[in-house]
Design a protein around this ligand. Structure first.
Ligand code: 6DK
Ligand code: ZN
Length: 398
């Protein structure tokens, strides 16, 4: 059961649980010291504009806002090494308190000086000496609390409006704007603190969630399904081939829907709807999870340049995917923001997802997209993943 105490900042008079939202200003302070948003697309304006949209549309007022908190070192260490948790969970101003001997176990991770004048793990993953560590820990804490409160029934479902993102973060590797894998940590804590048996992690960010895949690769209790632009390994991070399907007891519990064929044509709703109908929903329903966690990046949305996505998934389609996932696990669905860089587009998509979580009627997918035949490359990608997964899932047979 839920531990007592006033964890929800605003308790509703009605006893019906509603959608939980998590957001905190601490996550806005993580920024490269160069201050140039044009070269660092994962910037605070993303969260600011989404939150402003949810406020001005009256959606925040209809939700329960969780009190944000920083994840503890113990929580971070459910998916990361002690050295990794210590290095990225500590501001440089608090370094003197850190046990440096722990860091010697970390393989060659040092910060580099970037051409822009800032500091980073790599040129994508910038590090602010003061503000990155608390921001990354708040992002994890928000995601964990929404997942646990959804599980206990305090809230019906939830959306963590967080940054920095997490799905590229591996046990000992920060990369691709990510330091800690928030969604993976939430899943591990559901397993250990709440004895949740079966968890589905669905990742619709346009980039493959390599960190999440790696963390649960041999675990049959966490089904990881990622749908991403792959282009035969030529799109970041390069992993996520459909033949990566799990190992040992986890064999068949990792599903990669990997689009290839570049941007001719750019993929859109028709392809994502086909993936949902033929792969995602059949496998998800056969697995029958107790809860669904979504790595909800919006960079497959229209408005993203070729290097950051190049696809044109509509806000209505993100709402549709959310609604579909609410059909399983008794509606226990928690979204956590990952990527998404075109501000108008990510605001539209996030707004639509919150409306669907609240139970409002979803926007209609355009009739053209509904009628369109998925492009040849996409059909081939779906056939490939079905061919590989068919031995693991009855629903895919014949
Ligand atoms: N770098 C993510 O969206 C992160 O999956 C994607 C990271 C892409 C790294 C390679 C890349 C650029 C591009 C343009 C300008 C600067 C750097 F983790 C998520 F945020 F979710 O395209
Ligand atoms: Zn992404």
């Amino acid at each position: 059961g839920a531990p007592g105490g006033p964890t929800l900042t605003k308790r509703r008079a009605s006893s019906t649980p509603t959608t939980g939202l998590a957001f905190d200003n601490q996550m806005l302070k993580h920024a490269c010291i160069c201050g140039n948003n044009a070269i660092h697309p994962e910037h605070a304006g993303r969260l600011q504009s989404i939150w402003a949209r949810l406020l001005e549309t009256g959606l925040v007022q209809r939700c329960d806002r969780l009190r944000p908190r920083k994840a503890t070192p113990q929580e971070l260490q459910t998916c990361h090494s002690e050295a990794h948790a210590l290095l990225y969970g500590t501001s440089s101003i608090n370094r003197h308190k850190m046990d440096m001997s722990k860091l010697s176990t970390l393989p060659v991770t040092t910060f580099v000086r970037l051409p822009c004048g800032g500091i980073g793990v790599d040129s994508d993953t910038t590090w602010n000496e003061i503000y990155t560590a608390p921001a990354a820990r708040v992002a994890v804490g928000c995601t964990v609390d929404l997942a646990c409160r959804t599980w206990t029934g305090d809230i019906r479902n939830g959306f963590a409006i967080v940054r920095p993102p997490g799905h590229h973060a591996e046990p000992e590797q920060a990369m691709g704007f990510c330091f800690f894998n928030s969604v993976a940590i939430a899943a591990r804590l559901l397993q250990t603190e709440h004895r949740v048996h079966k968890i589905l992690i669905f990742d619709w960010d346009v980039h493959h969630g390599n960190g999440t895949q790696q963390i649960f690769y041999d675990d049959p209790r966490v089904l990881v399904i990622s749908i991403h632009r792959h282009d035969d390994g030529n799109f970041f991070p390069g992993t996520g081939n459909p033949d990566e399907c799990g190992s040992g007891p986890g064999m068949g519990f990792n599903v990669n829907i990997a689009w290839s064929g570049g941007l001719n044509p750019p993929l859109g709703d028709a392809e994502y709807l086909a993936a949902f109908r033929s792969v995602v929903m059949p496998i998800a329903m056969e697995f029958s999870p107790d809860i669904v966690l979504v790595s909800a990046g919006f960079d497959a949305a229209e408005g993203h340049s070729a290097n950051l996505g190049g696809y044109r998934v509509s806000p209505a389609c993100f709402g549709y995917m959310t609604r579909q996932l609410m059909q399983i696990a008794r509606g226990r669905v928690v979204l956590a923001l990952e990527g998404g860089y075109d501000l108008p587009s990510i605001c539209d998509s996030a707004e639509e997802c919150v409306r669907v979580l609240l139970g409002d009627n979803p926007s209609l997918i355009s009739p053209t997209e509904l009628a369109r035949t998925p492009c040849t490359n996409a059909v081939a990608s779906l056939q490939k993943v079905i061919g590989i997964q068919t031995m693991h899932w009855h629903c895919l047979q014949e």
